[in-house]
Design a protein around this ligand. Structure first.
Ligand code: MV4
Length: 448
């Protein structure tokens, strides 16, 4: 692999460019008209404008991106996350054009994208799934009967969902019909498909996900877990590794389960298996993400593995150079997502120009970002502008380091959630690890 086109923008594009440069691989950035002065376009060896600001005419336009790859002679495309990263049609197009897609094959993305089908694959492989329906549910009557069999409360989900879209809970038969129809409407609108399934509702769980790497020769290793329970409206805010209160025994069990899940799916490249972990310590497969994730740096820090470089090596046909016994979890890493948004105004996005900037540094601090003093934050894309990642020998040390680092951040010209993040880190429940998926709801009420 000599030249990689990065089909993304912002911090993840910069992250991928850095990995390529260290590996001696040439880089091609693509940028929209709104991103002419963006850092990723400046840092890459070559940069190609692929269209107007709106994503569907640039970062989501498969033909324009493939044309840029042809013009520059790129032999591979790294999709990053979001945009085209989980689009199986794009992966097929790359395959047809003889361009290596740095990620899993198209069929695997499709197989895992249908959540009900993925559930059935996992069940057959002995991976624990949340008790629920095995058949597609299309109407309220069948749904209500199935909900009765499962026992309330239940969660109604879209087969093609993910990230909380097309998902509603029902606590009793009286609200089932309304919740089912609401979820189905949302699914039809978002995915053009109203196929639903129903599960038992897991109450106040933690969101624990396991990172895996799989090469083309059937070797799969796991790299421990990330706790991503701190989220608001399905937008993660803080992620950490290892998870709070995950014993070595549980880590091994979840890790081995994740490896089994990846093998059952015939998975290749970097992937993440999402689990819900309930109060009693039982865990259940939810879905598998077929991309590098925003929160990958916390795993990199506690394992010492560069996940983006591994993605590239796997795509180039190399064998994994390490096995499970070589992976050890060392210390504790925490990531805070820094968004250009206004917590005072319902977290409304806050685009604009950064007029002054100071980012923290020092031992145990990593910043992944694409911002610089004078840069513009366009209104067209995600509001995440930087990730602050810290490492400490213990969770307490990592929390102290994160608070110190957040306190140092100066970003002028746009509103950010930096102070909001500080308040979360400063909350006694966070320090005590009382961090299930409802933490932010409780935190928001206590702040009022
Ligand atoms: C659940 C659940 C509880 N019970 N399923 C969230 C997005 C998608 N990955 C599935 N999700 C969940 N599925 C059952 N049966 C809890 C979540 C969930 C969640 C739900 C509401 C608010 C925040 C959440 C964060 C993580 C997971």
């Amino acid at each position: 692999m000599k030249k990689i086109l990065i089909a993304n923008r912002g911090e993840i594009a910069v992250r991928i460019i850095r990995a390529c440069r260290e590996m001696g691989i040439q880089t091609v950035a693509v940028f929209s008209e709104a991103d002419r002065n963006a850092l990723h376009a400046k840092l890459a060896d070559e940069a190609v404008c692929i269209g107007p600001a709106q994503s569907d005419k640039s970062y989501l336009d498969m033909e324009r991106i493939l044309s840029a790859a042809f013009v520059t002679g790129a032999d591979a495309i790294h999709p990053g996350f979001g945009f085209l990263s989980e689009n199986s049609r794009f992966v097929s197009l790359c395959e047809q054009c003889n361009i290596t897609f740095i990620g899993p094959p198209a069929e695997i993305i499709d197989r895992l994208g249908d959540k009900q089908a993925a559930r059935n694959t996992m069940m057959a492989a002995g991976v624990p799934v949340i008790p629920g329906t095995k058949q597609a549910i299309l109407d309220t009557k069948t749904g209500a009967e199935e909900a009765e069999k499962i026992g309330y409360p239940v969660m109604i989900k879209a087969a093609l969902g993910g990230g909380g879209k097309g998902m509603r809970s029902a606590f009793g038969p009286e609200e089932f019909e309304h919740q089912f129809l609401t979820a189905q409407q949302e699914a039809l609108k978002a995915f053009g498909d109203g196929t639903m399934y129903i599960e038992k509702l897991i109450q106040k769980p933690r969101h624990i996900e396991v990172q895996i790497l799989a090469d083309k020769y059937g070797n799969v290793v796991h790299l421990g877990e990330r706790d991503c329970s701190i989220q608001r409206n399905h937008q993660k805010l803080i992620e950490e590794s290892p998870g709070v209160g995950i014993s070595d025994e549980l880590r091994t069990k979840m890790g081995e389960t994740a490896v089994r899940a990846a093998k059952a799916a015939g998975y290749v490249n970097a992937g993440t298996i999402e689990f819900l972990l309930d109060k009693s310590g039982e865990f259940y497969f939810m879905e598998m993400n077929t991309r590098i994730q925003v929160e990958h740096p916390v795993t990199e820090w506690v394992t010492g593995v560069d996940l983006v470089k591994e993605q590239i090596r796997i795509a180039a046909g190399e064998k994994l150079a390490f096995s499970q016994e070589d992976i050890a979890i060392k210390g504790h890493a925490i990531e805070c997502r820094i968004n250009a948004e206004n917590p005072e105004k319902g977290f409304m996005p806050c685009p604009g120009t950064i007029t002054a900037l100071h980012l923290p540094g020092g031992k145990g601090i990593r910043i992944d970002s694409a911002i610089y003093s004078g840069c513009e934050i366009p209104p067209y894309y995600d509001s995440m502008i930087a990730k602050l990642i810290v490492w400490g020998k213990t969770r307490d040390e990592a929390i102290r380091k994160m608070k110190s680092a957040l306190g140092e951040v100066i970003i002028e010209g746009v509103c950010t959630n930096v102070d909001y993040q500080y308040d979360i880190l400063n909350h006694p429940d966070f320090a005590e690890g009382k961090t299930d998926i409802e933490f932010i709801e409780r935190f928001s009420r206590s702040e009022q």
